[in-house]
Design a protein. Structure first.
Length: 161
């Protein structure tokens, strides 16, 4: 697998919401998106299996997103990955193996698709065939998050770094 190649592609309907502070499902002109409010940190959870061609290296992520109404300001995001290997209990998941945060500016027009790629982050001892829990959070409580209104996640692609 080459650096930058896609490993996992996720959309809004792949979300497995946590029990609280979750992003809500919404429609944008027929496209399913996840709305992350500007008043509280909200999270979307995704479960995926690392494909057989994953070589075990670091990861990066690309988010496709827009805003409900904002055209100025920045959004602060955090992506965490947790390896769920054979023998790991779903009742006591380990701490995240890797994490990255990024701040990106609002698109010039609300509803316009923007793409944001993270820096490289660790995947722990993840190997091909392992399950991976991906946590995507808008850090609305962070002073660097200045977009007023909803952040809308359209897609999330996990890449081999």
């Amino acid at each position: 697998m080459a650096s930058g190649d896609s490993l996992i592609t996720l959309d809004a309907l792949s979300n497995r919401p946590p029990t609280s502070n979750y992003a809500s499902v919404d429609l944008r002109n027929g496209f399913v998106v996840l709305d992350f409010d500007d008043t509280a940190n909200e999270t979307a959870l995704f479960l995926a299996v690392l494909p057989s061609h994953y070589s075990g290296g670091s990861l990066a992520a690309t988010a496709g997103w827009t805003t409900t109404s904002a055209t100025t300001g920045n959004v602060k995001l955090r992506i965490e990955v947790t390896r769920i290997a054979s023998g790991v209990s779903f009742d006591a998941l380990p701490a995240a193996d890797g994490m990255t945060e990024l701040s990106v500016g609002a698109p010039a027009t609300a509803g316009e698709l923007a793409m944001a790629q993270t820096a490289t982050f660790a995947a722990g001892d993840a190997a091909a065939g392992d399950m991976l829990l991906v946590s995507f959070t808008r850090l609305a409580s962070d002073a660097g998050d200045t977009i007023v209104g909803d952040f809308e996640l359209v897609s999330l692609v996990i890449l081999e770094a």
